[in-house]
Design a binder for this molecule. Structure first.
Ligand SMILES: [Zn+2]
Length: 301
């Protein structure tokens, strides 16, 4: 299906596409062997693969940016392993590059900036990772607000199409006095569950598994026994079948209390979703919507 979506970007003449999923444009990795990236180039798109190429791209022409074969790695991993991921622009940088590409905005434009991996971290119940994904998206909202101040006839809509994980940041401790410490611990987490899985998929390094798992829970209230139990469960799981984020998340679930982040599920959730709008035409929308928002948005626009 994702190969088809890649083709649809071309059919629908989207001017700028930036993100991951390069394998869906690659003849060696597509089932049909189609060189989708070459088709974009033939149609006049500049095809860029790195942050530097994005920065140097000629302005005012269609642009296809493919910065990773799979999903873009989580921001927590891009920050903490910056030497490995330095070629990948972050979401605010992609947004700024896209805005620069289409300046001076003659005729207007529609831009969607999606922090899509919040959903993946929700399925994984990966507390530190989801919070940092939120924070990266928050930087994009600030950029949108700044843009709207400079170009006042812009409408900015901030929303989501569904919830995932039932994620909630909670006060912790008596009189909530443990909350700040929980947030500090959260920021000390060195990497995502996804990174752990990619590193230890073959289960060849039990000592490394123990060290990396312990690093994921920088909490004084975590006993050695709790860590050993989680390591044993992880190793047992790896023996049986591949470890995915969701499975690892259910092993790590017991530690989330120390971060003040709790989840209700590893699935999508049914809550109303918030829609915030500011700028030109903002009064036509705003408030809370059912998750039929996918259908509400076109009529509101
Ligand atoms: Zn999902």
């Amino acid at each position: 299906m994702e190969d088809t979506i890649a083709d649809q970007y071309l059919e629908r003449e989207i001017d700028i596409i930036l993100g991951g999923g390069a394998r869906h444009f690659d003849p060696a990795r597509r089932e049909d062997g189609k060189d989708a990236a070459a088709l974009f180039a033939q149609r006049g798109y500049t095809v860029v693969r790195t942050s530097a190429e994005l920065q140097a791209a000629e302005k005012g022409v269609p642009l296809l940016g493919l910065f990773h074969n799979d999903h873009i790695p989580y921001i927590i991993d891009r920050q903490n392993f910056s030497d490995r991921w330095s070629d990948i622009p972050d979401l605010p940088r992609m947004m700024q590059a896209a805005l620069a590409q289409i300046a001076p905005y003659a005729g207007g434009f529609f831009m969607q900036v999606e922090a899509a991996r919040i959903d993946h971290a929700g399925h994984a119940n990966d507390a530190a990772t989801i919070v940092k994904e939120y924070l990266e998206f928050d930087r994009c909202i600030a950029l949108a607000m700044e843009f709207q101040r400079n170009v006042p006839d812009t409408l900015v809509v901030v929303t989501t199409d569904h919830g995932c994980g039932g994620t909630m940041i909670n006060g912790e401790g008596r009189d909530f006095l443990a909350t700040n410490m929980a947030v500090r611990r959260l920021h000390a987490v060195p990497h995502s569950y996804e990174h752990f899985i990619q590193t230890h998929r073959d289960a060849s390094d039990p000592a490394g598994i123990r060290a990396d798992l312990a690093a994921l829970v920088p909490q004084p209230n975590v006993s050695e026994d709790m860590i050993e139990a989680a390591v044993a469960e992880t190793l047992a799981h790896l023996e049986e079948r591949p470890l995915w984020q969701e499975a690892f998340g259910s092993i790590m679930h017991r530690f989330n209390r120390g971060f003040g982040v709790h989840f209700t599920t590893q699935n999508h959730t049914g809550e109303m979703v918030e829609l915030t709008a500011f700028g030109a035409g903002k009064d036509a929308m705003g408030g809370f919507y059912s998750q039929m928002i996918n259908y509400t948005m076109p009529s509101a626009l």
